[in-house]
Structure formats: structure tokens, C-alpha cells
Design a binder for this molecule. Structure first.
Ligand code: NDP
Length: 282
């Protein structure tokens, strides 16, 4: 079994981005800038944001954090994003989701111009992805593709099964695999007999948010298994959607949780931000 090591792969990617960020600073006279908007004080969001801000510092991206209270009005949230959209020092805008109840997420996201949409969540970028044209792609699926590429996983002609159909993971993941010439099946909570599909997967991507959903008997011998899930087990420890101990005996390659998809997601956020900055020079 080969471990799909996202931690080390991401460190390698960050080293390359550090050089690109330094070159950008030399050419433009300013640092690459990422604006992070966080509304409310959801503890999980705060952890993600801390990790993102730390990763930015490490590669020489300046991150500007905008923390707003959970009772922020819709117009105020939209105004903030509009201001960042026209700020020349801001290359990328990230709005940490989910937003507190009562705020219209889509309306806030729609204020991010496509060229600063480093999360790849805008309708424009999603449209480009579904047309197999180049645009900014959501960080988690993009990170998974990069992990597969670096481990030499062949995708064309393979059967890829994606468990989960959210707009930030499952759907863009399925599109990327389809664009890479896989035959793609997407499963979700209404799928009847999930195991019948997962057992036929050469490449199995699991993003359901259900601890230990995928057990060894649901995986084909020699499959490549990527676990996106981030859950807490009964002891409060971080765990994925895949029963790692059982599945590792059958899989050819498998990503761990933690240390798999998580660090790759952050590395791709940094990459999308540096890409956006470089585009602004042209
Ligand atoms: P969502 O809750 O938005 O989507 C979950 C998807 O899984 C839905 O499409 C749902 O189906 C499907 N699903 C749920 N239960 C089952 C089941 N029993 N069988 C089959 N399908 C099921 O989650 P996200 O896509 O945002 O995230 C998924 C997981 O990945 C979470 O654990 C999240 O924390 C993690 N994550 C990790 C990231 C990382 O960087 N490591 C980044 C983003 C997410 P339906 O549509 O029918 O409801």
C-alpha cells in the first residue's frame, strides 16, 4: 500500500509558491494579498482560518483578515466584499463558509469578481469547469487531482466513483475527473446500495462527512482511495469517511486523515492566490 502523503506533497508545493510569491513582489513592488472574510465565530471556521493565515505567512502572501460579528447585515457583508473586489492590493478574496443563518451566501459570493475568486466557488468559474475550459477550480478537488498526478495515478479510462455531490467538493471533483477522461459515477445519500458502486471503483473519492462510511468490503482490490471526510470519532479524534485500517489492506494507494487532502486544500488556495496575482501583472 502506498500512502498518498498530502502533508509532504503540500510542503513541496508551498516551497515552489514561496519562490513565485517572491518573484511577484520583486516585479510588482507589493506582496501577493489574500483577503479573508469571516462572519461569526464558528469554532471550526476559526481553526480553518488560522491554518490558512499561517500558511499564507509561510509562503510570503500577506493575508488580511476581516472578522465580522454574526449579526452582520446582508448589505454590510456585500459592501465589504465589493470594497475588496476593487482593492488593487487584494489578489484573492475568500469568504469562509458557512455564513451565519439569515445571510444569503450566494449573494455575498456573487460580489467576488471571477479573477479574485480563489476558492473557485463563483458561478462563472463553476461554468468554466463544467465546460472543460480553464478557470479557477475549487481548492479541495484541485488538491486531490494534484495529489493523484504527483503519485502517477492514471485517470483516463478508469472508473472513478465520487461519494458526495456538494458544490464545493463532490460536483467539481466529478467534473475534474470527467475532464481527465475518467468514467465517473457520483453517489449521494439517496444512492441505493452504495457498496455496489464503490466496489467497481478504480479511483474512489469519498466526501460524505460520515465517519467510517467506507469499509474494506466496499473497496475493490488495488483501488486508489482518497478520503476527504473530516469527522471526530467517539474519542474526539480527527477521522475520515474511510475505515483506514481495514481499507489499507485492499487499496493500492490511500490518503490518510489527517495528513491527506487537508494540507493539499490549503496549498491549492495559496496556488490559486499566486496565480491570480501573476495574472494581474499581465
Ligand atoms: P456536505 O455535507 O455538503 O455534502 C456531503 C455529501 O455526502 C452530500 O452530497 C450527501 O448527499 C452525501 N452523503 C452524506 N451521507 C451519505 C451516505 N451515507 N452515503 C452516500 N452519500 C452520503 O459536505 P462537504 O462536501 O462540504 O464535505 C464532505 C466532507 O469533507 C466533510 O467531512 C467535510 O468536513 C470534509 N471536507 C474536507 C476538506 C478538506 O480540506 N480536508 C474540505 C471540504 C470538506 P446528499 O447530497 O444527498 O445530501
Amino acid at each position: 500500500m502506498i500512502l498518498l502523503d498530502g502533508k509532504n506533497t503540500a510542503a513541496d508545493i508551498r516551497a515552489g509558491l514561496k519562490l513565485r510569491a517572491a518573484t511577484f513582489e520583486e516585479k510588482s513592488g507589493r506582496r501577493v494579498g489574500l483577503a479573508v472574510v469571516c462572519i461569526g465565530d464558528d469554532p471550526a471556521s476559526m481553526v480553518y482560518i488560522r491554518n490558512k493565515v499561517k500558511a499564507c505567512e509561510e509562503v510570503g502572501i500577506s493575508s488580511i483578515l476581516h472578522l465580522l460579528p454574526s449579526d452582520t447585515a446582508q448589505e454590510k457583508a456585500e459592501e465589504l466584499v465589493e470594497g475588496l473586489a476593487s482593492d488593487e492590493n487584494v489578489d484573492g478574496i475568500l469568504v469562509q463558509l458557512p455564513l451565519p443563518h439569515g445571510l444569503n451566501e450566494r449573494a455575498v459570493l456573487s460580489k467576488i469578481p471571477p479573477e479574485k475568486d480563489v476558492d473557485g466557488f463563483s458561478e462563472y468559474n463553476i461554468g468554466l469547469l463544467s465546460l472543460n475550459r480553464s478557470g479557477t477550480v475549487a481548492c479541495t478537488p484541485l488538491g486531490i487531482m494534484e495529489l493523484l498526478r504527483r503519485y502517477g495515478v492514471e485517470i483516463a479510462g478508469k472508473h472513478a466513483v465520487v461519494v458526495g455531490r456538494s458544490s464545493i467538493v463532490g460536483r467539481p471533483m466529478a467534473m475534474l475527473l470527467l475532464n481527465a477522461d475518467a468514467t465517473v459515477t457520483v453517489c449521494h445519500s439517496k444512492t441505493m446500495d452504495l457498496a455496489a458502486f464503490t466496489r467497481t471503483a478504480d479511483i474512489l473519492i469519498v466526501a460524505a462527512g460520515r465517519a467510517h462510511l467506507i469499509t474494506a468490503d466496499m473497496v475493490k482490490e488495488g483501488a486508489v482511495v482518497v478520503d476527504v471526510g473530516t469527522n471526530r470519532d467517539a474519542n474526539g479524534r480527527l477521522c475520515g469517511d474511510v475505515d483506514f485500517e481495514g481499507v489499507k489492506e485492499r487499496a493500492l494507494m490511500i490518503s490518510p486523515v489527517p495528513g491527506g487532502v487537508g494540507p493539499m486544500t490549503i496549498a491549492m488556495l495559496l496556488k490559486n492566490t499566486v496565480d491570480a496575482a501573476e495574472r494581474s501583472l499581465k
